[in-house]
Design a protein around this ligand. Structure first.
Ligand code: PAF
Length: 287
């Protein structure tokens, strides 16, 4: 490692280093990840670097956020490449908890966020945010950062974590980083590496179709009409199914009634392409 980047594989090593930095008056920003890192993650690291003296990144494929039949076993694990990328981007400490050290055999606590975590993803992955909320709480407790950075790509996850941190009185500022996209507009995701060339070409249509949908709503098209047109376009493009195309208020994620938008909203989508589930979201700002 060129950058004197520290790798901590135990909670003790992590806390010891954080303690030392705290003693020197350094501020700490934290980026939790599940590894398989790409340029999207690096944009979170860059944001963290701008906001604090030290940047801590965790790599942990969290079993509690995967349901039965999901890709926990096959989720890409690329530790060596991840560490090289993080070193090149100037991260200061990488926390890689050992398997089994996150949840002990007696673990019996769960965390359920309501409100923003209801609907959307939860309708299709009912235990997902329980798993995310639990691991994020544990990681925030262990790292005890001043700031934590999450991607806006997982828009409902970001809203859920903001709610969790506020409700549990954690003195941590949560920052959302803009979605990083490839040259064709596809939101970067660790799961994009599951695509072959044909699948990738289909996946890349999502951005264009959803942007058009957002534009129609901004111009006063009825929300249901615009969503129907987008759904048909996705299926025609080769998507095999759509979990949701929904328009919500940007912060509280409440359902917007009325058919025609008259204020800012967020368009959220989850759709299946060649066995990969893609999620994305777009601002809608009616003129
Ligand atoms: O967004 C992710 O990669 C994960 O959900 C997170 C926040 C690292 C928790 O495991």
């Amino acid at each position: 490692m060129n950058n004197n980047m520290i790798i901590a594989r135990s909670e003790r090593a992590l806390r010891g280093q954080i303690w030392e930095w705290r003693g020197l008056g350094e501020t700490i920003a934290f980026v939790p990840t599940m590894g398989a890192l790409h340029a999207g993650h690096m944009s979170l690291v860059e944001m963290a670097k701008r906001e604090a003296d030290k940047v801590v990144v965790s790599i942990f494929v969290n079993p509690t956020q995967f349901a039965e039949g999901e890709d926990l076993d096959s989720y890409p694990r690329t530790e060596e490449a991840d560490l090289a990328l993080l070193d090149a981007h100037g991260a200061d400490l990488i926390y890689i908890p050992k398997d089994g050290s996150m949840y002990n055999a007696h673990h019996a606590t769960s965390i359920k966020v309501g409100g923003v975590a209801d609907g959307l993803e939860t309708d299709h992955r009912p235990t997902f945010f329980d798993g995310v909320s639990l691991v994020v709480t544990k990681l925030l407790n262990r790292v005890a950062p001043d700031i934590a950075v999450f991607g806006e790509k997982d828009y409902q996850q970001l809203a859920t974590i903001r709610r969790l941190v506020e409700d549990l009185d954690m003195p941590i500022q949560i920052l959302g980083a803009p979605i990083a996209r490839d040259d064709h507009g596809l939101a970067l995701s660790s799961r994009n590496q599951y695509f072959d060339a044909e699948g990738l070409a289909i996946a890349r249509r999502l951005n264009e179709i959803m942007r058009h949908c957002a534009l129609q709503m901004e111009r006063g098209e009825n929300v249901d009409v615009a969503r129907d047109i987008a759904a048909k376009a996705l299926l025609t493009a080769g998507f095999s199914g759509i979990d949701y195309i929904e328009v919500r208020s940007p912060n509280s994620l409440t359902v917007l009634e009325g058919g025609i938008l008259n204020g800012p909203a967020r368009l959220l989508v989850a759709a299946h392409c060649r066995g990969v589930r893609l999620i994305d979201n777009f601002p809608v700002e009616p003129h």
